[in-house]
Design a protein around this ligand. Sequence first.
Ligand code: GLU
Length: 290
Amino acid sequence: MNNSPYIGRFAPSPSGALHFGSLVAALGSYLRARSLQGQWKVRIEDIDPPREVPGAADDILRTLESCGLHWDGPLLYQSQRLEAYEYHLQQLIAQDNAYFCHCSRKQIKAMGGTYDGGCGQLTTPHSDGALRIRNRAGISQFTDNLQGPVTTDITFATEDFIIKRSDGLYAYQLAVVLDDAYQGMTEVVRGADLLEATVRQISLYHMFNLPVPQWLHLPLACETPGFKLSKQNHATAVDKRHPQPALQAALAFLGQSPVEMSGDIRQMLAQAVTQFDLSRIPVRHEILLG
Ligand code: GLU
C-alpha cells in the first residue's frame, strides 16, 4: 500500500434488492476500509436502464443503513456522469485510441468469439456504431491483495473490447474505471466474478493515463458451482428489520470471528472492524453455501 489515505467503495447495480452475496461485498469492502481508518464510498451503477428495477437503488441504500453500513461523502450515481464518460470517449477518439465498429455478434462468433480488430484498420473509419478501445495496453496480469498473482487469457486481455454500445449505453468497464479514478479509490474490493475483467480495467487506466488502484477480490457466494447468488436467480433480500443474522453469516463467510449479537448494529460493526483480519478470508474464487 502507498501512503495516501485509503479510499474504498461498494458499487451496486440497482437491478434488485441487496441479498446475501452483495452483502458480503458491501461488508468486506467496508471492514477493509474502516480497519485501515479509510473512507468507504457508495456508488450506484445505474447506467443500464433496461436492467434496472424501479426503487431498487433506494431499497439497497436503506438496507445498507439498516446494517449500519454508513458511507462517507455524497453518493455517486453513474447516471449523473454521462457527460464525463462522453468527454473521455471523445478524447480517446481524437487520439485514435478508440474506433467505431459495425460487426454483429454473429460475425464476431465467426471470428472465434474474439473481435479481430477489423473495423480499426479501415481506411475510411465508421463514424457510428459500437465504440471499441484500441487496446494498446493489453494488460493480462496483476496481483490481487487476496487472490495473489492473476494471469488471464492473452486473447481476452488484448481484445479491442466495447466501451460504448451501439444502443448508446456506456459499457460497465468504461464507467467503472472513470468513476473509481474520479472518486480517488486506492483499492477496489468486490466479488471474484470481476477478477478477469480487472485486466481490461487496468488496460483502460493505462490508456487514460490514470493511477491504477489496488485490487482485492472476495470469494463469491454460490448456490451451485459457477453460479453466484444474484438478483436474477432470486436470492432472498437481506431483512432490513432484523439484519443481524445476515451480518453474522456474512462475517462467517469471510472467515471472520463472530461478534456479540447484542442487537445493536453499531456495536456489532465496531467489533467486526476491530477484529477484521484479512488473512482469515478464504483465498477462493467461490464458496458454495451449504
Ligand atoms: N455494479 C457491479 C455489480 O453490482 C459491481 C461493479 C464493481 O464492483 O466493480 O455487480
